[in-house]
Design a protein around this ligand. Structure first.
Ligand code: ZN
Length: 516
């Protein structure tokens, strides 16, 4: 799969993900070493390659003032790496051979000479580098667990060419106490600039992305609940044109060809091509995927319908899906139960495996919490233990030295969703939070620049400055925090410049000053 992007200055670059044939896939360190180098070649033996590496494949040097340090306080690409004599592909990320052989050059960086040795070399492939003579970074991914990140990264779109424009009115002469008179929405525009290269690509209708094999999304819907897209006023035409779907065509295929019995809905794309509402024989290289469900649908019929479609091969109608051993069940759930599909935790594990593979950790945690509150698995604690590495994957990646903290942060996120359903971690035998990172409020405070805590008197003095509306809101929240009321959700609205942020900050300061 390849995707083309245009950077801020208009030049094009592309990302590619290549899945190699089994016989070509490097399976050990020696084979990786044949493909990927992260060191300078011998300058006498390969002078041209040496120069290309030196000019194109060296990162930095970088320090805390560099862009790559901004987010994590260290180089997000991991530079400089340690010297090492052997490649190691057993860990989460491959560590390439970077011998301390004295090769490299010196570079003046902020008045200091830095040794740009093998620790700074961006992994590359010598043949590709010699052929294309441009920056081509090659990475080896030993497992499919990182797959979603590659696809996510490839498909994120380019943000480099978005421009946010905000028009600020000169309104400084307003009398004190008067709110700003402006429309924040109107004054903010999101625009996109496009360089000559990108414009050319669009005009010539060159393809922007390429993917192989093709993935076909197969619709999952209950009878008579098919999604149909129509132009207003042309509903009838749309209805006629969409009288069938890939799903109903699969029913028909099963009816038409007895020999086909035994193929799953998702497998049908391997042998058939969907054309004019009919699956016709073809050997296209395509992968079939059922359309994902909205996360709230876990215990409802669409979920069980989907479960049936994952397991049944011999059905010719919606009713047939609900029929088991001649008995027509009223619901898909009933049919699943008759087939023992929802009897044990196997089903939940299948689902968790699928989610862990497909969803980014943040969404996975949310889905997990919704799953807990809706499906009530028998042993949620065991599920947590089994999947916690995947549930906390992003935190584990960010905090490499404190696994427990990463798990705690993941649990905090799960708790936030559970609370929306009036549940807690204890309800599901999940580990408790250790008190340091309890609620979202703490996150607000973590993210706030530390302003130095106010004393109680200072906070009170600021409270005295609140106007009537602000005070009503302030008191309502404080009453809730002090358990004098049961209200838990508050909504504050008002035009820009009327002091909403001031009120929020004061709430935080006030509570901090009282040790909350
Ligand atoms: Zn860096």
């Amino acid at each position: 799969m390849t995707v083309r992007e245009f950077q801020g200055r208009g030049l094009t670059h592309s990302h590619g993900l290549f899945i190699m044939k089994p016989q070509d896939t490097p399976s050990n360190e020696q084979e990786v070493d044949k493909i990927i180098w992260a060191f300078y070649p011998d300058p006498e033996e390969f002078p041209e390659l040496f120069n290309l590496v030196r000019t194109l494949m060296v990162h930095g040097p970088c320090d805390d003032s560099s862009d790559c340090h901004k987010k994590q306080g260290k180089c997000k690409h991991g530079f400089p790496f340690e010297f090492r004599d052997y490649t190691d592909i057993t860990g989460k990320r491959p560590l390439y051979r970077r011998p301390n052989d004295g090769r490299g050059f010196y570079k003046n960086f902020k008045g200091k000479l830095i040794s740009m040795d093998n620790r700074w070399v961006v992994p590359y492939n010598p043949v590709i580098l010699l052929r294309y003579r441009g920056h081509v970074n090659i990475m080896y991914s030993p497992s499919t667990s990182a797959c979603k990140y590659f696809y996510g990264y490839l498909l994120k779109g380019s943000y480099g060419n978005r421009v946010n424009v905000s028009i600020v009115q000169k309104n400084q002469n307003r009398p004190p106490g008067e709110p700003y008179d402006h429309d924040e929405v109107k004054e903010f525009k999101e625009m996109k600039h496009m360089g000559a290269y990108e414009a050319h690509y669009y005009i010539m209708a060159y393809s922007q992305a390429h993917m192989y094999p093709t993935v076909q999304v197969l619709p999952v819907y209950e009878e008579f609940k098919q999604t149909i897209i129509y132009v207003e006023g042309q509903e009838e035409v749309a209805l006629e044109r969409h009288e069938g779907s890939k799903l109903t065509a699969w029913f028909e295929l099963n009816q038409r060809r007895g020999i086909h019995r035994g193929k799953l809905y998702t497998d049908v794309v391997k042998y058939y091509k969907y054309e004019n509402n009919i699956w016709r024989p073809s050997n296209t290289h395509t992968i079939g995927r059922l359309s994902p469900l909205a996360a709230t649908a876990f215990n409802s019929e669409p979920y069980h319908l989907r479960l049936l479609l994952c397991n049944r091969t011999d059905v010719t109608s919606f009713q047939d899906l609900r029929t088991v051993n001649g008995v027509v069940h009223e619901t898909y759930k009933g049919s699943c139960a008759a087939l023992n599909l929802i009897e044990d935790e196997g089903e939940i594990r299948l689902l968790m495996d699928e989610l862990a593979f497909e969803q980014f950790p943040r969404l996975f945690r949310k889905t997990f919490a919704i799953l807990l509150s809706n499906v009530n698995p028998i042993n949620p604690g065991a599920l947590w233990d089994e999947y916690k590495e995947r549930l906390a994957e992003d935190y584990l990646h960010q905090i490499d030295d404190d696994e427990d903290l990463a798990f705690q942060l993941a649990l905090r996120d799960i708790l936030e969703v559970l609370q929306e359903f009036g549940k807690s971690l204890e309800d599901y035998n999940l580990p408790a939070l250790d008190g340091i990172i309890l609620t979202r409020h703490n996150r607000v405070i973590e993210d706030e620049p530390q302003q130095g805590a106010l004393t109680m008197n200072e906070a009170d003095a600021l409270v005295a400055q609140l106007n009537e509306d602000q005070r009503t809101f302030f008191n309502a929240v404080i009453n809730s925090v002090e358990n004098r009321s049961n209200e838990k959700y508050f909504f504050l609205t008002g035009p820009g410049g009327t002091g909403k942020t001031f009120t929020y900050n004061l709430l935080i300061d006030y509570l901090l000053s009282r040790g909350r």
